[in-house]
Design a protein around this ligand. Sequence first.
Ligand code: ADP
Length: 392
Amino acid sequence: MKILSVNAGSSSLKFTLFELPEKKELISGTFEKIGIGNSFYTIKLNGEKIKREVDLKNHEDAVKHLMDELLENKVVENLDELDGIGHRLVHGGQKFSESVIINDEVLKAATECIELAPIHNPANITGISAFMSALPNIPQVAVFDTAFHQSMDREDYLYGVPYEWYEKYGVRRYGFHGTSHRYVYKTICEEFKNDKLKVINCHIGNGSSLCAINAGKVLHTTMGFTPLAGVIMGTRSGDIDPSMIPFIMKKENKTCEQVIDDLNKKSGLLGISGVSSDSRDIEDGIENGNDRCMLANDMLCKSVANYIAVYNNMLGGADVITFTAGLGENSKLTRETIGSLISSLGVVIDKEKNDVRGKFTKISGDDSKIPVYIVPTNEELMIAEDTYELIK
Ligand code: ADP
């Protein structure tokens, strides 16, 4: 089956076409700057990368170009050869604990979740609408970032706030990156030939979250009501004392929205280092003896290490620790530093094995009490596989 995996943002649209169940990637690409001028798209096909500058007024234009490329490059002879389209949806609220075939009811429920994800869900829904009007006869599937975490227990997803906030407004921990956590969990379970593993997955990218999973059930995850919570990230603060918000509002004469914006976009590695949100720049800074870059990296690693310790406790001892996403897959310094901060758990990172980027690898020493792996994430494939399972 040919399944298209789609991730639509407000001004972008990423896609990968897979042949399933073979997991073969046929073509992938990204449309950028949709509706904001100077738009273009890049395509990866047969190991070649093509870039075209085109006018993309809206997502419908992007879908038209995508269809043309599929036909012109003979990836398909006819658009009817597409068997299904899977869409990433950031927020499914409490309504979706798994992926679903999209119908009017699903679209209505996803629209109701807009108030929980005001930036992401409208963009995701725009993408769905564009494909639905271009290809009305092809089944479309919604895959939610929040769905995997719906298996958390009430005592773990509730905050210590008035219970009515939850009942009336749905204030609770939702968690994000669920598709990535689920993909990594599935992959490591396949490696161990055991689907009951107790895993701590560390998705450390620009946005980061950890997830404790026991036999496929999420016990806890670090992101919360929004993706702002948890560990220190590229530009997000992670956990803070909310009382600092009105304090900074007064001191800096800012609105609440402006302070929240600072916590989302000017904090984390960027805010602490004053240099960059990108860990490569931070690592360059460390090499050049920049004290604030060292501080930023130490703080990020410590916040991850401390959550690993908490999750190890929640799991009653993890079977495996996994690293994924931009830093998790690529930054040996981050993995090594975190490893040294959890040595009390008996974790030993092997320096030589850890000297690797973006490859499925066991990076712990044979004497490590908990094995540690790099598992490259593949949310696009997970979306396509869910779509395949639902429509086959
Ligand atoms: P997003 O959350 O936007 O999906 P990614 O998972 O792509 O982010 O992660 C981006 C982060 O990963 C950046 O801080 C980037 O510097 C880091 N990263 C990517 N490649 C490398 C690398 N080779 N070495 C160190 N860090 C890397």
